[in-house]
Design a protein. Sequence first.
Length: 416
Amino acid sequence: MKMKISILALCLAAGSFVSMAQSDWVWHQYAYFGDSVTNESGVWVSADYEILSNQLSNALVSQAIFDGKITSETTAGFEDLDSEKYLRFTAGTNGELWARGNRKGKWRWLFGVGYKDQAYVTVKTGLAQLYLKGNAPFENEQLPLGPSEIIYHSYQYAGLGIEHGVGPTTWGITAQMIKSSRYANLLLYNSSIFTSPYGTSIDADIHMRYDITNSNQSKLAAWYGTGYSLNGYFIHKPSKNSPLISFQLKDFGQVFYQGMNRLKLSDSLKFEGVDVNNVLQVDDSLIGGGNLDSLESLIGLTSAHPFVRASLPAHIKVNYVHPLGEKAFLNLELKQYLGFGVPQLRAGLSYRLASWFTLEPCIRVGGFSRFDVGLTAAVQLKQSFQMIVKTEQFEQLIAPKKSTGQSLFVGAQWKF
């Protein structure tokens, strides 16, 4: 069990809300403050964390992080889920600092630094059931394990970009140089496991690849890979009080690693002749008490140190802000990762209670999560300093034992 908890903790320790991109500040200004001025110089900073899943409860995640063990109570009923469906999970922290210059011209320079520490999990529910419950509850069943993938990135970056604004349209692009401190990628292709009645034999068809960097240096000091990322955005707002729409592409890029640690396995395995009620506790008895020199001698696992080109989990996002009078705004957001996951929709209704203070209740469905309820508070001082706090913790109040999402975002902008 300690081994299983430590693997889960690797994902949780990432510990995801996407850091606020340049175009986010434009629609935030308009939706929360009625501020349409976007050509001023300024500095903005943001930090956030998020833990989301469509099936893993907050109670289970908290036990894995803080207690180091997962109880049967928090996994009760997990074996009854549809093994063919997908479990989604993401956890991470992000932070960034950006500056925009040249307030009078149509062209503006952008400079920034930041970091990302985030895990993305898209696996067959069958793999999660095996991981959390063992194979005993699934006797005489073919349990699907793949296709499944777990991705973990931890990197820091410095970026440079340009922004062009004229009339109702603004667009921009930034390029970031990446220093990677950690990377891991577990990929299971079409794989499955079958446990015979009474656990007398196990048939497993496993096809997997596992890449991971070293971790013997601190994240700040480590430099195991070098890469790039590109962000781009387009914003259109025809007039002062008209709706606003923005499109953005974020984290489109790659990181390159020399001498990656890689383990591969592609084989059909059969264990029989003993009472096996948990495949995760396999030991020497499975091969008649013979001595094991290594894991390779048991299941044909191979290791290598190849060059790896790792793509970043890029996503597209569309925001639409519709004014409802002078103080209220309807805010809609659609987000989709490229190549995996399902669309995420966020809807909020912001209302300015005072010229300097705005509240926005919101809901979010899809994506890595299931259903989240949140609240945004925004403060503006003297038209130059704006601060936004977002949290989506309220599902825990509605269904404390079944809630699966939690997040917190803090961002601020100073215009001059």
